[in-house]
Design a protein around this ligand. Structure first.
Ligand code: SF4
Length: 63
Protein backbone atom coordinates (compact mmCIF):
# COMPACT_ATOMS: atom_id res chain seq x y z
CA UNK A 1 0.00 0.00 0.00
CA UNK A 2 0.96 3.64 -0.46
CA UNK A 3 0.11 6.75 1.52
CA UNK A 4 -0.43 9.93 -0.43
CA UNK A 5 -0.24 13.37 1.12
CA UNK A 6 -1.92 16.40 -0.39
CA UNK A 7 0.87 18.72 0.67
CA UNK A 8 -1.31 21.78 -0.03
CA UNK A 9 -3.72 20.65 2.71
CA UNK A 10 -1.04 19.91 5.31
CA UNK A 11 -1.19 22.42 8.16
CA UNK A 12 1.76 21.09 10.10
CA UNK A 13 -0.09 19.47 12.99
CA UNK A 14 2.55 16.69 13.05
CA UNK A 15 0.03 14.11 14.28
CA UNK A 16 0.79 11.71 11.43
CA UNK A 17 4.45 11.59 12.41
CA UNK A 18 3.53 11.17 16.07
CA UNK A 19 1.67 7.96 15.16
CA UNK A 20 4.06 6.59 12.56
CA UNK A 21 7.38 8.45 12.39
CA UNK A 22 8.87 5.76 10.14
CA UNK A 23 6.32 6.57 7.44
CA UNK A 24 5.54 10.25 7.85
CA UNK A 25 8.66 12.40 7.77
CA UNK A 26 8.20 16.11 8.37
CA UNK A 27 10.31 19.10 7.49
CA UNK A 28 11.87 21.36 10.13
CA UNK A 29 8.63 23.34 10.40
CA UNK A 30 6.53 20.21 11.02
CA UNK A 31 4.99 20.01 7.55
CA UNK A 32 4.72 16.85 5.51
CA UNK A 33 6.23 17.51 2.09
CA UNK A 34 6.38 13.92 0.86
CA UNK A 35 3.57 13.37 -1.67
CA UNK A 36 3.86 9.59 -1.79
CA UNK A 37 5.39 6.88 0.40
CA UNK A 38 5.37 3.13 -0.09
CA UNK A 39 4.40 1.41 3.17
CA UNK A 40 5.92 -1.98 3.98
CA UNK A 41 3.31 -4.57 4.93
CA UNK A 42 4.61 -4.73 8.49
CA UNK A 43 3.92 -0.99 8.91
CA UNK A 44 0.43 -0.83 7.41
CA UNK A 45 -1.54 -0.77 10.66
CA UNK A 46 0.67 1.95 12.09
CA UNK A 47 0.45 3.98 8.90
CA UNK A 48 -3.36 3.77 9.01
CA UNK A 49 -3.34 5.29 12.49
CA UNK A 50 -1.33 8.18 11.08
CA UNK A 51 -3.78 8.64 8.21
CA UNK A 52 -6.74 8.71 10.62
CA UNK A 53 -4.99 11.21 12.88
CA UNK A 54 -4.66 13.94 10.26
CA UNK A 55 -7.23 16.64 11.13
CA UNK A 56 -6.96 18.13 7.64
CA UNK A 57 -7.80 14.91 5.83
CA UNK A 58 -4.60 15.43 3.87
CA UNK A 59 -3.54 11.79 3.72
CA UNK A 60 -5.12 9.06 1.65
CA UNK A 61 -4.35 5.38 1.20
CA UNK A 62 -3.82 3.71 -2.13
CA UNK A 63 -3.81 -0.10 -2.14
S1 SF4 B 1 -1.22 15.20 10.39
FE1 SF4 B 1 -1.88 16.02 8.40
S2 SF4 B 1 -1.72 18.20 8.64
FE2 SF4 B 1 -0.50 17.28 10.25
S3 SF4 B 1 1.59 17.12 9.46
FE3 SF4 B 1 0.55 15.22 9.01
S4 SF4 B 1 -0.27 15.53 6.94
FE4 SF4 B 1 0.20 17.50 7.75
Amino acid sequence: MKVKVDVRKCQGHALCAAKAPEIFVLNDDGYNETPETIVPESMEEKAKLGVESCPEGAITIEE
